[in-house]
Ligand binder design. Structure first.
Ligand SMILES: [Zn+2]
Length: 353
């Protein structure tokens, strides 16, 4: 293997002889990391490899690194590349399904209009790449083998630097005519002229209120006006925005009133969004995943966050509808994206078989 690929993790879960054929590769490209999993036809991960990403400035080079990791994974797992039916590649952005070029992924200017599918195909020397948006991949994984298994429709809301959303409706991934099918983070929850500005440069979008940086900004604002809180000892001018939601969670867990209020307010915004989402697509469940889950399932603050979301939804949604679907945390965590990419690659191969 080329020394430029420093492996962060390498795990073989079980021998290929026990796998259900055919096999698929799921790739999760996250900017700071690349994850590759070899997944069988039932969604079981045979082997899993990760390395750091370092080519945000050079997407072509990054495709070569992904291909290198794929080749390494195939060889370490002891399989022939010909036994791989498709490679699913998920990316934090949308692609124009007609031109197969990326749109303008926020914070990645060098990737604008990048022909991601043909470039990965060229790097691996095979025409087998299937593109998916990362939130769609994660939603599909939850539907395939995770928290929405046995259901026909599910939406996954991804809380992190932005707010992503993946949807599976009647067993199919929702992409949309132009690849914008899950832009839930940009629905309008505040139409006033003073509404907060979103990262997409429009006002009043959900992401401007409930993404990780938005929670950090709201926290700073409350501390600046002098609301008493143990957070005041931790959040300084130099605290990076992406560290503040974790501090909010930790102080909420210790009982700080303001921190708890920030978690509840965030839940209310998410709840508003879910009401609009369910009134539009009527899924069997809505799952909450991503980096910002305030402790997640089983934690005191995480469960309160979820309960507040549920309360807001039942308060504002149509009664007959809101009692029929469940809201829960996603199950597969950081593995969801590569598993779902492999699953969507499998769906595509079934279409052509
Ligand atoms: Zn927006």
């Amino acid at each position: 293997m080329n020394s430029s690929l420093l492996l962060l993790e390498e795990t073989i879960h079980f021998p290929v002889s026990e796998a259900v054929q055919p096999l698929f590769i799921g790739v999760h490209y996250g900017g700071r990391y690349v994850k590759v999993g070899i997944v069988d036809s039932e969604g079981q991960t045979i082997s899993y490899f990760t390395t750091s990403g370092c080519g945000e400035q050079n997407p072509k080079l990054e495709m070569k690194r992904i291909a290198e990791l794929i080749n390494y994974a195939v060889s370490k797992t002891g399989i022939d590349f010909d036994s791989i039916q498709r490679v699913g590649l998920c990316f934090p952005g949308s692609m124009n399904p007609k031109t197969e070029k990326l749109y303008r992924p926020s914070n990645l200017p060098n990737w604008y209009d990048f022909p991601i599918v043909s470039e990965l195909n060229a790097a691996i020397g095979r025409d087998i790449t299937v593109f998916c948006n990362d939130a769609n991949a994660a939603a599909f994984a939850e539907y395939w083998i995770g928290a929405a298994k046995e259901m026909q429709s599910a939406a996954l809301i991804f809380l992190g630097n932005g707010i992503g959303c993946g949807m599976v409706i009647d067993g199919d991934e929702l992409i949309g005519a132009n690849g914008f099918g899950g832009e839930f983070g940009h629905i309008i929850i505040d139409s006033s002229p003073f509404a907060r500005w979103c990262s997409c440069m429009k006002q009043g979008h959900l992401e401007a209120y409930a993404s990780s940086p938005a929670v950090a900004r709201r926290t700073r604002e409350l501390l600046e006006v002098g609301v008493g809180s143990s957070l005041a000892d931790r959040v300084t001018e130099r605290t990076p925005l992406n560290e503040i939601p974790r501090m909010v969670y930790e102080e909420a867990d210790k009982g700080d009133k303001l921190a708890n209020q920030i978690v509840c307010d965030t839940a209310k915004y998410i709840g508003l969004g879910i009401v609009m989402l369910t009134h539009t697509i009527d899924p069997e469940c809505v799952l909450i995943g991503g980096e910002m889950m305030f402790g997640g399932k089983g934690s005191k603050v995480g469960e309160m966050f979820l309960d507040e979301i549920r309360n807001e939804v039942s308060k504002r949604g149509m009664a007959d509808l809101t009692k029929l679907f469940k809201i829960d945390f996603a199950k597969l965590g950081s593995y969801a994206c590569y598993i779902g990419s492999a699953g969507l690659a499998r769906e595509e191969s079934l279409l052509f078989s």
